[in-house]
Design a binder for this molecule. Structure first.
Ligand code: PEP
Ligand code: MG
Length: 580
């Protein structure tokens, strides 16, 4: 049995057979076409073109239906244009050089790719086009060769797809009736893959290095897309546990959501707790409402930037933010300034660095890219006129950074003022606490930050010195480590002393295992993926603050993460036995 940890990008639990996506390049027949067969070959190519354009049109239709507010379908419209552009030159070389259509397509695409990659590409635009051309080439070759293996041909309804990465067209081709889930080596929360997986409701985990090497086709695998865990060849006991979880997942999730929706979010002794949602796309705000979120605690804005060819304009961003505010109907919405870098790469914006997690990411990158920063600030400020917006900065490590960022906000405010554009002059400006220096000096940062939100995903990796996407050291990624727990408690205490609201928006916040403990530390605001909120509410409604304090005290007295997890599991099992 092997347990692999990655980034959870689409929730749910599935058990199936590993299906390794065939990444082998198609072999090109180089034979020359007989002169009398030329027109036949041209016709065969034309049939393939029609099939591919039809396929793409269908993908565009499905995407528009699944995500009407979004621009993702434009990528595929671009692919259709590429296909049509290729036609004259490919037909020409079939006729002139008697190439087979396969060879002609491949040769033409390789030539274009070569031209694109030989240029300087500071914006990353050419690199994106290369991905598009390769994707189109694969589709055309698939149509010319006929379906051999691949996603549609080989998956059988029990398959969990394993791939190094999935192209947009492969991901859109995932058919829920054939594919149970997927796991990739690359990709992050903002990758196309992750975004589309959520739209399709397919449990998925990304960012597990070398997973296609570790897994063989036909292996039994468990994918826990909620926790980001993949278990290869599970032992009998684990399989039994996850079978029960898999069976229970949907019905339990639905039952808990129904049961909790109308219940107030308060502890057994009546202390009100804010339950907020983490979202990445505007349309998820509706889901957040459905799960009873009292607001948005973290709106990750990275998704807006995933296509470097179409960086969002101020107007586009403003509209997305306003859409969220409208969905949330007066409830608070915390918009986080762009947080890219490290695992969240955006070609053309993020740099290749030796230590990307310790590099130019989050607020550091925003200072480098003042154009992006100011555009986003203008959009957020303009949106603040339409609801309760809070602005949050990511990856802050010094007081100076907050001062500098606030000075830029003040400048943008003045600019808007001069233009007569309205905004909320009281919009709170706060920070993520996800770097140890910020956590340890939280009391100092509170002199400038109006609120804090603890980002445990990064905080745990920095405290433990464990890269959160490196599977080799995954067991050391321990949110329950005494050092992490002490630090979290000290941040909550610092916020309370400075009378600054403290929330938590890292994954820990949505894990019911930690709910009582965090309440005991004094946390009164939790922000998590919408589907996690009912379980958290169920736990918090079952404990009183004195009980939670006792749990926190007991947990802090334990010497290691394993014992803490064991202790909290025992406590939580009594409240939600279905989860353990
Ligand atoms: C975090 O680090 O906990 C967090 C919420 O930010 P992200 O996961 O987007 O890095
Ligand atoms: Mg973070």
């Amino acid at each position: 049995m092997q347990i692999l940890k990655g980034t959870p990008v689409s929730p749910g639990i599935v058990i199936g057979e590993a299906f390794l996506l065939d990444l082998e390049e198609y072999r090109m027949p180089r034979r020359a076409v007989e002169p009398e067969q030329i027109e036949q070959e041209v016709a065969r190519f034309q049939t393939a073109v029609d099939a591919v354009v039809g396929e793409i049109t269908e993908d565009v239709r499905r995407l528009k239906a699944a995500m009407p507010e979004d621009d993702l379908h434009k990528i595929f419209e671009g692919h259709a244009a590429i296909v049509n552009d290729l036609v004259p030159s490919v037909v020409d070389s079939i006729r002139k050089y008697r190439f087979t259509p396969e060879h002609a397509v491949s040769k033409r695409v390789r030539t274009i790719v070569k031209q694109l990659t030989s240029r300087d590409d500071p914006s990353g635009l050419a690199a994106r086009f290369v991905v598009d051309f390769n994707d189109v080439e694969k589709r055309l070759l698939r149509a010319l060769f006929g379906e051999r293996g691949g996603l549609k041909g080989g998956a059988n309804g029990k398959s969990v797809v394993f791939a190094k990465d999935l192209t947009p067209s492969q991901t859109i081709g995932l058919d829920r009736t054939k594919i149970l889930g997927f796991v990739t080596e690359f990709g992050g929360r903002t990758s196309h893959t992750a975004i589309l997986a959520r739209a399709h409701g397919i449990p998925a985990v990304v960012g597990i290095a070398d997973v296609t090497r570790d897994v063989s086709g036909g292996d039994t695998v468990i994918v826990d897309g909620t926790k980001g865990i993949v278990i290869v060849e599970p032992d009998g006991e684990t399989l039994k546990k996850y079978r029960a979880l898999e069976k229970n997942f949907i019905s339990f999730e639905r039952r808990t959501a129904d049961e909790m929706r109308s219940q107030p979010s308060e502890t057994r002794d009546g202390i009100a707790i804010a339950l907020l949602a983490n979202i990445e796309r505007p349309e998820e705000a509706a889901t957040a409402r459905d799960y009873g979120a009292g607001g948005i605690g973290l709106f990750r804005t990275e998704f807006l930037y995933f296509d470097p060819r179409n960086l969002p304009t101020e107007k586009e961003q403003f509209e997305k933010y306003r859409q969220v505010l409208k969905s949330m109907d007066g409830r608070p919405v915390t918009i986080r300034a762009l947080d890219i870098g490290a695992d969240k790469e955006v070609s053309g914006i993020t740099a290749q660095e030796r230590n990307p997690f310790l590099g130019c990411r989050g607020i550091r990158l925003l200072f480098e890219r003042m154009d992006l920063f100011r555009t986003q600030l203008r959009a957020i400020l303009r949106a603040s006129a339409f609801g309760k917006v809070r602005l949050m900065f990511p990856m802050v490590s010094t007081l100076d950074e907050i001062k500098q960022a606030k000075a830029i906000v003040a400048d943008v405010r003045e600019e808007l003022d001069a233009e007569g554009v309205s905004f909320d002059p009281e919009m709170p400006v706060g920070i993520m606490i996800e770097v140890p220096s910020a956590a340890i000096a939280a009391d100092i940062l509170c002199t400038e930050a109006e609120f804090l939100s603890i980002g445990t995903n990064d905080l745990v990796q920095y405290v433990m010195a464990v890269d959160r996407v490196n599977e080799k050291i995954a067991p050391l990624y321990q949110p329950a480590h005494p050092a992490v727990l002490r630090l979290i408690r000290s941040v909550i205490d610092a916020g309370a002393r400075a009378e600054r609201p403290v929330s938590m928006c890292g994954e820990m916040s949505g894990d019911p295992l930690f709910t009582a403990l965090l309440l005991g530390f004094g946390l009164r605001s939790f922000s998590a993926v919408p589907s996690a909120l009912p379980e958290v509410k169920k736990v918090l409604r079952s404990v009183s603050i004195p009980e939670a304090r006792q749990i926190a005290q007991d947990a802090l007295a334990l010497p290691d993460a394993h014992q803490v997890v064991e202790y909290l599991t025992e406590k939580t099992r009594r409240i939600i036995p279905e989860l353990f």
